[in-house]
Design a protein around this ligand. Sequence first.
Ligand code: E4P
Length: 219
Amino acid sequence: MKFFLDTADVAEIADLASAGMVDGVTTNPSLVAKTGRDLFELLAEIAGLVPGPISAEVTATEQEAMLREAHRLAEIAKNICIKLPLTWDGLRACRRLAAEGVKVNLTLCFSPGQALLAAKAGATFVSPFVGRLDDAGHEGMELIEDICTIYGNYPDTIRTEVLVASIRSVGHVIEAARLGADVATMPAKVMRALAQHPLTDKGLAQFLADWEKTGQRIV
Ligand code: E4P
């Protein structure tokens, strides 16, 4: 499973990328706004830190305007992936960008029908939002299960990867992997939490205390 960071925080991206754990990054207008930085400078910096796909989202809502923004964003770096909302305009723009060889991430997916359309439009990624579905009283992971099952029925024709988004917890990541999703995009704190276990901390403290008593050193 590929791990993407869902953040525009350059310090967090640099830190976790240096551990070799970041396969890509997803940003959105809210995450960029939080940084207070210039969009183009920010995306160029992120694209230089992580060689994998960096999702950059358009803010236009009409097909032709989306395409103009997409072309401008794609000029930033070779690894920019254009993020479009899962609307009819987004689907039309996706088809045209895919035909040009531009990678597209269709975002704000909340139903299996939308995911089917994303695949037909030639999206590289579809982003179902599990946390927001949970917040609305639904079971976000059921959508992931549905999409993985549906896409799995057409292995020869569907190439779109399931990118699980709006992840809130380690449990979301594990469940997404269990269901066979291709990618999980997560906040830095969730990626860090994947390594944490109280028994690891307890076991390490015990090993170090016992070793200390021997008075030996390895180097
Ligand atoms: C995905 O690409 C989005 O940026 C993201 O996962 C949204 O998550 P949120 O629901 O935590 O804002």
